[in-house]
Design a protein around this ligand. Structure first.
Ligand SMILES: Cc1cc2c(cc1C)[n+](S(=O)(=O)[O-])c1c(=O)[nH]c(=O)nc-1n2C[C@H](O)[C@H](O)[C@H](O)COP(=O)(O)O
Length: 492
């Protein structure tokens, strides 16, 4: 009879024995063929694997899959040492209750942790929405009113969710949107986003109101070809804005996103309750703004924004840059059509994460009417005019709903702030990898191997209340009517 300490010596890929139901088995040659991969077996190499083996394998699995001689015979039960079961407790690290990154399974997990670790001023600034935060809540709940219509029996062995934004490649139809004051959450501020975006092949939009300097953020790129966009608040002092644009263009920025929903920053009361004496934005440092900090961060950093900005200024804007110009914060089809007719490169349908006009509709709700209006004018689809959506996107299913309804890509803000506030750039890398894993699963289950296959018929958006017809059910109704006439069925 074998002794257990003999089994324990065979605990590697080169020689792997396990004990199941009192018998030792040499599974070394079987490792590469194990459907669940070699890793899970190697975890029990040289050990008694009975407890883990039983719930997953029907009786007889070993005999069916291993040649007879691989069963090495019984092990003396008195020598078998049971693995002391370490209860997988919620392991909470000492520093301020941050669990291991691997325990974050979705983007919401980062919010729960960030709430615990962020300074009150930072949490107030990042998490706040305007007034009663109705729009901020609607941004998320609107996605909950859109349903999928998955198709079956399609070859989804390979799934590809790569795409291009303004002609720039991206591994995901997701970009990291501009959010100000990155250093409130972490000393490396926006550089966390730069590093993660570079590692994961997505595009970061650099905010005008970054805590880090523009040069620092560009220098943090992980490789020269890494693509970055720039978000612009137009300054009442136009010369300052022209310098910012010229510097961005020279640094190789590939898209200028002009924020048009914030002639004044919204009243974010959680933020306003905080006296803001924390790190400001690089803009303040440059301009030595001595601003009133008694009403929270937003008030303290936004006095320079020009409320007189209008459509007339687009001629000036186009005269000072060759970068593609996208309007960020468009909220009606009328303004989207006007931007398209002016030959701009796109719009972001956005309400600033619910931080501006409360009771503005969510970007996803506006998307339906914008696509229909552009179609009616022969302006959609149009690769030279791309539609982006942001606000409340937390799942790949949200991303796919927006893509199905006509968006090229979506912007995500808070989840990435929360991710790096707790884990630095690794947190953002993990968040992007979670999104990629969700994308792969959702596209497989949708029956859509590429983003081109993610079409309007795959969503039922009736409950969004958009006045446009994404509802394949109505297509179904038309088909039903045709069927009725075709087979002479009586009308309803
Ligand atoms: C969360 C957040 C958003 C900010 C943001 C700061 C924070 C903390 N700031 S703000 O200081 O003016 O409010 C900016 C900004 O600098 N410029 C801008 O265009 N959008 C700004 N936004 C809006 C952002 O670009 C997205 O529209 C919004 O975050 C998308 O919603 P989710 O956060 O739900 O993804």
């Amino acid at each position: 009879m074998l002794k257990f300490d003999e089994v324990q010596k065979h605990n590697s890929r080169e020689s792997c024995w396990v004990v199941v139901h009192g018998n030792a088995y040499d599974v070394t040659e079987f490792l590469p063929d194990h459907p669940g991969g070699a890793g899970i077996i190697l975890k029990y190499a040289g050990k008694d694997a009975t407890e883990e083996y039983d719930p997953i394998h029907p009786p007889g699995t070993l005999e069916e899959n291993l040649p007879k001689e691989k069963c090495l015979g019984p092990v003396d039960p008195s020598t078998i040492k049971k693995e002391e079961k370490v209860e997988k407790k919620q392991v909470v690290k000492d520093e301020g209750g941050v669990p291991p990154l691997s325990q974050c399974l979705n983007l919401y997990d980062f919010e729960v942790i960030a709430k615990r670790v962020l300074k009150p001023t930072a949490w107030a600034y990042y998490s706040s929405g305007a007034d009663d935060e109705v729009t901020m809540r609607e941004n998320t709940s609107a996605f909950g009113r859109i349903w999928f219509r998955p198709r079956i029996l399609r070859d989804v062995s390979k799934v590809d969710f790569s795409t291009s934004l303004l002609g720039q490649k991206s591994t995901l139809p997701v970009y990291i949107t501009a959010t100000a004051l990155g250093k409130l959450g972490h000393p490396d501020g926006e550089k966390n986003l730069t590093v993660a975006a570079g590692k994961e092949g997505v595009i970061q939009m650099i905010p005008t109101l970054a805590s880090c300097s523009f040069d620092e953020i560009v220098a943090a790129k992980t490789h020269d070809a890494q693509v970055q966009f720039m978000q612009l608040y137009v300054n009442s002092n136009r010369a300052i804005t022209e310098n910012i644009i010229a510097k961005a263009e020279k640094a190789g920025i590939k898209g200028l996103f002009v924020t048009v929903d914030a002639p004044q920053l919204g009243r974010r009361e959680k933020d306003m309750r905080m006296k803001f004496d924390d790190v400001g934005s690089d803009m303040q440092n440059q301009n030595k703004d001595n601003v009133d900090r008694s009403q929270g961060a937003a008030r303290a950093i936004s006095s320079f924004i020009d409320p007189s900005l209008s459509w007339d200024d687009l001629t000036w804007l186009r005269s000072v840059t060759k970068m593609p110009i996208v309007l960020k914060g468009v909220q009606t089809w009328e303004d989207a059509v006007r931007a398209a007719e002016l030959g701009l490169s796109g719009v972001v349908l956005s309400n600033h994460g619910g931080r501006q006009l409360d009771f503005a509709r969510s970007g996803i709700e506006v998307l339906g009417e914008v696509v229909e209006a552009l179609k009616a004018k022969g302006l959609f689809p149009n690769p030279m005019f791309q539609i982006f959506v942001d606000g409340g996107i937390r799942r790949a299913s949200d991303v796919l709903k927006a893509v199905a309804m006509g968006a090229t890509a979506v912007g995500i803000g808070r989840p990435f702030l929360y991710a790096y506030s707790a884990y630095g750039s690794d947190g953002v890398v993990h968040a992007l990898q979670l999104l990629k894993a969700e994308m792969e699963m959702n596209m497989r289950l949708l029956g859509a191997p590429t983003l081109k296959d993610v079409v309007p018929e795959m969503v039922d958006a009736r409950a969004l209340g958009t006045h446009v017809n994404f509802t394949p059910v109505s297509h179904g109704h038309q088909i039903y009517e045709k069927l009725q006439t075709a087979v002479g069925m009586p009308g309803e």
